[in-house]
Design a protein. Structure first.
Length: 121
């Protein structure tokens, strides 16, 4: 089976983000995501998932020069950022797309679905 990443993006310019939402607003989303996670596990599609700390908690590391440069904050300043993700296994892209549709509904936002690269060996 192929592994796919379903990524959840947040856009700070579009309104409140999870870190500043009222618990009464966010709790139904948390419950829906928990139920979605249970469905992934029951179907044998679950590999791994996780939510990320807010974008402000990012540290950027650039070790491409003579010395590493470690900077607080994201590499680039964009309104949109990765908020979390699932890694799933699916028989094909259509199956992964079905899971992505359910993920989008559960987390009440846009998601992207993308296959992992095949091992060249």
């Amino acid at each position: 089976m192929t592994q796919y990443m379903i990524s959840v993006s947040h856009n700070a310019a579009e309104g409140p983000t999870m870190e500043n939402m009222d618990l009464a607003v966010i709790q139904p989303i948390i419950d829906a995501v928990d139920a979605f996670n249970d469905k992934l596990r029951e179907a044998g599609a679950w590999v791994f998932a996780g939510g990320l700390q807010p974008i402000q908690a990012t540290t950027t590391v650039d070790n491409t020069g003579d010395t590493p440069v470690v900077t607080d904050g994201p590499h680039a300043q964009f309104a949109e950022y990765l908020g979390g993700f699932w890694v799933i296994e699916a028989s094909d892209f259509d199956a992964a797309l079905g899971w992505a549709k359910a993920a989008s509904q559960a987390c009440a936002g846009r998601v992207e679905v993308r296959a992992f690269q095949e091992d060249p060996a």
